[in-house]
Design a protein around this ligand. Structure first.
Ligand code: SAM
Ligand code: SF4
Ligand code: SF4
Length: 359
């Protein structure tokens, strides 16, 4: 039996974790003492899937008003903001969406972001277009890719993406990414009780012994469209126990401040598996992420209802100093810890949709 099941104690808080003082020109700290380290950049609000937990087609149907092109940040605007975030300590940029690979000429943006000294650029994708795009993404300097894949059972996966898209093509995308040098790939699987929980061990078995790391994500109450119910959350501890019973696990120490996955190593040397326990064991204490929406608003929490409009500042010609001051003020005022405060009541608050700020 695994000695140390996830119980919340595995999350580091800022005490005892070395926060380097030399990040950028200065470390920007929020009201709860958390530094700004990562920026998730949503490059489009569109997607070629209609995952029921994210963009259910009843809401995101043919009449849904996606952002018009002119309202989406241009690459030059994203780059300018990214540089301003970099000066404030951000080193990791993650491209997301919607589905980021739907944005035309993405390699051009990757090159621009990689030109920022010390930057790392990663991407989260549903993997559908990796087969054709992986070589160009890798050549542009993309450092890593995370592929979302909720089940290997074809019928379950086709129903979850609600586009009848087959598993086999996503697996081919993962292979293409690996062949292009973007591996090892992280695989994200959202677990929804009664929907795909019966296929989790099959996923674990498939990725054991490969260089890729599978991470199970608890179904979250993001946005207001996905009909979230606590009953559908399978606690990561239950899943970890089931995997441990099959293939014994041992905990791995967090690799860095703000790591969101609790990681476990298979005792037989077959690699690692991770759990993102946002619901049952929140990790707000180490949350160092800001999120930039496709239309240029910055959100300081995945569950925020409002963002701060940076596009307006860019387009009215504000100086770097003025836009930087807006970013500073936004982060300094931050006191979000939605997941730690989550109750039946908070789940119903108005929140930005996941497809809008990219998870
Ligand atoms: N389209 C890309 C993809 O699916 O990887 C990037 C954007 S997607 C919003 C980012 C991540 O959020 C995916 O791994 C997805 O599974 C996860 N996600 C979306 N809705 C979720 C929910 N309600 N609970 C937990 N994770 C969710
Ligand atoms: Fe699209 Fe990703 Fe949301 Fe699925 S999770 S609908 S692939 S944005
Ligand atoms: Fe960060 Fe908000 Fe998630 Fe807490 S709920 S970990 S503050 S994004």
């Amino acid at each position: 039996m695994m000695a140390d099941l996830p119980d919340g104690s595995g999350h580091p808080d800022l005490d005892g974790v070395d926060v380097p003082a030399e990040a950028g020109d200065g470390v920007l700290i929020d009201r709860l003492g958390r530094p700004l380290r990562d920026l998730r950049i949503s490059v489009t609000d569109r997607c070629n899937f209609r995952c029921r937990y994210c963009m259910p087609r009843e809401v995101f149907g043919p009449d849904f008003a996606f952002l018009p092109r002119t309202e989406i940040l241009a690459f030059e605007e994203i780059e300018r903001l990214a540089r301003l975030f970099a000066v404030r300590g951000v080193r990791k940029f993650r491209l997301t969406g919607g589905e980021p690979t739907l944005r035309a000429d993405l390699p051009v943006l990757i090159r621009m972001l990689k030109a920022i000294p010390g930057s790392e650029v990663a991407m989260t994708t549903n993997g559908t277009l990796l087969k054709s795009q992986a070589p160009a993404l890798a050549a542009a300097g993309l450092d890593r890719v995370t592929v979302s894949l909720d089940s290997l059972d074809d019928a379950t996966f086709r129903a979850m993406n609600d586009m009848d898209f087959p598993v086999a093509l996503v697996l081919e995308g993962i292979e293409a990414a690996t062949a292009a040098g973007l591996g090892p790939v992280k695989i994200n699987a959202v677990v929804r009780r009664g929907v795909n929980d019966h296929t989790t061990l099959e996923l674990a078995r498939h990725f054991r012994g490969t260089p890729h790391t599978l991470r199970f994500i608890e179904f979250m109450d993001v946005g207001n469209s996905n009909g979230w119910k606590m009953d559908e959350v399978l606690p990561a501890a239950d899943l970890a126990r089931a995997i441990d019973a099959e293939w014994p696990l041992e905990p791995v120490d967090p690799a860095y401040l703000g790591e969101v996955a609790q990681r476990y190593r298979y005792r037989d040397g077959a690699g690692e598996v991770g759990f993102i326990t946002s619901v049952t064991q929140p990790f707000c204490g180490t949350c160092t992420r800001a999120r930039l929406s496709a239309e240029g608003s910055v959100y300081t929490c995945l569950f925020a209802s409002d963002g701060v409009d940076l596009r307006g500042a860019l387009r009215r010609g504000d100086t770097d100093g003025a836009i930087g001051a807006l970013i500073d003020a936004t982060w300094r005022a931050r006191e979000d810890r939605y997941s730690e405060l989550r109750t039946a009541g908070t789940a119903g608050l108005k929140k930005v949709e996941m497809s809008y700020i990219g998870g």
